[in-house]
Design a protein around this ligand. Structure first.
Ligand code: PAF
Length: 279
């Protein structure tokens, strides 16, 4: 397992494997890897001959008042985990390697106007730009994304289709702590009191999903979710929405694959969770 910092070096080393016809899987991450990332890496290792994990806190997907500087980083622990899971390379560039004098960006219309995109202007432009760069740098056959960032996943799928980027996007299920909290690098920001309070997210998601499966309407499901979150004193709702999984437009019935998603502040930490209702 090797940590590579330069685009040129990564391309050179991967060229050899490509010539041999070996398949390459890419797991894009911002590092500080947890069990959620581990599940993506394991899947990539089982599907591909060579696995590259990108470990890059992407500055251009953070807004001016967001947590870019505070975002946790631990490349040594990440390397050990990747090694133990059988990944072959970590790509860990400096921001200047990725964005020296950068003037070109990739953006997507429509799908970023709702949910996290509406609350975090420019966030998905940053995500689309870095993912396009990573797809171009690595040239992987497949790339692995977690369902926890469901809007991101819908956007990446659409972007890859619209821009004819030859990579297969593989969606992997949300990984949760034993008590239900969805894994996130941002969980480390929570105090022990907040950590307990954060359980309202998964509690609300599980209750909403059960109701949806039992035939409740979108309105009833959203009302229940709101009720559960509002009962937690440390929680402040950013949004609770039901949207068409493909277009990310609000829906008022479950006639198509529907993403029921929420973002909630627990203290200063913004957490997200969701479920997908398949028809
Ligand atoms: O989901 C993330 O961790 C990031 O948004 C990603 C896809 C690695 C791009 O920086």
């Amino acid at each position: 397992m090797k940590v590579i910092k330069k685009v040129k070096d990564l391309r050179e080393v991967l060229k050899v494997y490509k010539k041999e016809g070996r398949t390459i899987g890419l797991v894009p991450t911002m590092g500080f890897l947890h069990k959620g990332h581990a599940s993506l890496i394991k899947r990539a290792v089982s599907d591909n001959d060579i696995v590259v994990v990108s470990d890059f806190v992407n500055p251009i997907q953070f807004g001016p008042n967001e947590d870019l500087d505070a975002y946790p980083r631990d490349i040594e622990a990440d390397s050990k985990l990747c090694e133990s899971l059988g990944a072959d390379f970590i790509f860990n560039p400096d921001p200047s390697e990725m964005y020296h004098d950068k003037k070109a960006f990739v953006d997507i219309e429509g799908l970023s106007d709702n949910l996290c995109g509406a609350r975090r202007p420019g966030h998905f432009r940053g995500v689309c730009t870095v993912c396009t760069k990573l797809f171009n740098i690595v040239g992987s056959d497949r790339a692995y994304f977690g369902q926890k960032d469901a809007q991101q996943l819908s956007i990446i799928k659409k972007m890859v289709g619209d821009l004819n980027i030859p990579v297969e996007i593989i969606a992997c299920p949300i990984v949760r702590e034993d008590d239900g909290l969805a894994m996130s690098s941002r969980n480390t920001y929570l105090t022990s009191k907040e950590r307990k309070a954060a359980l309202c997210l998964s509690k609300a998601i599980f209750a909403g999903e059960k109701m949806a499966k039992e035939g409740a309407s979108v309105k009833e499901v959203l009302t229940k979710i709101e009720e559960i979150i509002s009962a937690e004193k440390l929680a402040k709702i950013d949004y609770i929405s039901a949207v068409d999984l493909e277009t990310i437009k609000d829906v008022d019935d479950f006639s198509k694959a529907t993403l029921v998603a929420l973002a909630v502040y627990i203290g200063k930490t913004r957490l997200i969770d969701n479920f997908i209702y398949e028809v």
